[in-house]
Ligand binder design. Structure first.
Ligand SMILES: Nc1ncnc2c1ncn2[C@@H]1O[C@H](COP(=O)(O)OP(=O)(O)OP(=O)(O)O)[C@@H](O)[C@H]1O
Length: 249
């Protein structure tokens, strides 16, 4: 299995003492990693660290074997991300938004814009202005933009926020298909377990800045236990020994 992302002992403490501590995790091709935790657990901080949007105080992050700190461009070439806002220019059509987004990358051919519109199911709506898009369509447009550079890893921060049931089901379906058919790895944060439960292959639980559980779902979660019960048990037993066992292993 190709290793795409490796984080080792990543810590970031803000002036107020909050942040994340000693986080280690690995993402392989085709994984759909759900990073779960309550508000303020440190999910966004971790995602920002792995995309270079915030610089950790300690630890190393390798993407495709390249150290993010010393080889940023090589590390990020095959990474697409949507962090904090699924923003679109309202007055532009979906397709125009993607043309605009494509300008941030060195060489995205026009045919790739057509491809990502198809991949995200937006092709029929490509000539409508984004102001007429539902929130679910805007989320898909953001995902489409993240797919432009043909990423092998896509990082999404709370992509299901504000989606209705149909929007969520569609987005999940798109993510699962891209992981299965294209081998794209996904690292996705959510404070709502149920939103991603049907598709995650790997589970990470962040609690007060510590990654208290991380591993392949079928190894961590017994088949008769829901992710929600697993999460609650993990939170109740606190960080305890697991962090040390996991980072040592
Ligand atoms: N720039 C900053 N300065 C100070 N504290 C910060 C900063 N960014 C985040 N924090 C704090 O670090 C902790 C982790 O925040 P983070 O945004 O990573 O959490 P989260 O799990 O993404 O939460 P949410 O689900 O609310 O987005 C929080 O306590 C937050 O208040």
């Amino acid at each position: 299995m190709e290793t795409i992302l490796e984080a080792q002992g990543v810590s970031k403490r803000f002036g107020n003492g909050r942040g994340i501590g000693q986080i280690s995790l690995t993402v392989n091709a085709g994984d759909i990693v759900g990073l779960f935790g309550q508000n303020g657990a440190g999910k966004t901080t971790m995602l920002k660290a792995v995309t270079g949007l915030c610089r950790p105080d300690e630890g190393t992050i390798r993407l495709f074997g390249f150290d993010l700190n010393t080889h940023f461009e090589q590390a990020m070439t095959r990474v697409g991300c949507v962090i904090e806002a699924a923003d679109a220019y309202d007055y532009m059509t979906g397709k125009q938004n993607l043309r605009q987004a494509a300008r941030y990358y060195p060489d995205v051919p026009a045919s790739r814009i057509e491809e990502v519109l198809e991949m995200t199911g937006l092709a029929p709506y490509q000539n409508e202005r984004a102001k007429h898009y539902s929130l679910g369509m805007k989320q898909r447009l953001a995902l489409a933009a993240a797919l432009l550079p043909e990423p092998r890893l896509v990082i999404l921060d709370e992509p299901t926020n504000g989606l209705d049931i149909e929007g969520m089901v569609e987005l999940r379906g798109t993510i699962a298909r891209l992981a299965r058919e294209e081998g794209i790895a996904f690292l996705i944060s959510s404070h709502m377990l149920s939103h991603l439960e049907p598709i995650v292959t790997t589970v990470g639980i962040l609690h007060r800045g510590d990654l208290i559980r991380f591993g392949r779902r079928f190894e961590l979660v017994p088949p008769d236990v829901t992710l929600e019960d697993y999460y609650l048990e993990a939170i109740q037993s606190g960080k305890g020994e697991d962090v040390h066992e996991r980072t040592a292993g």
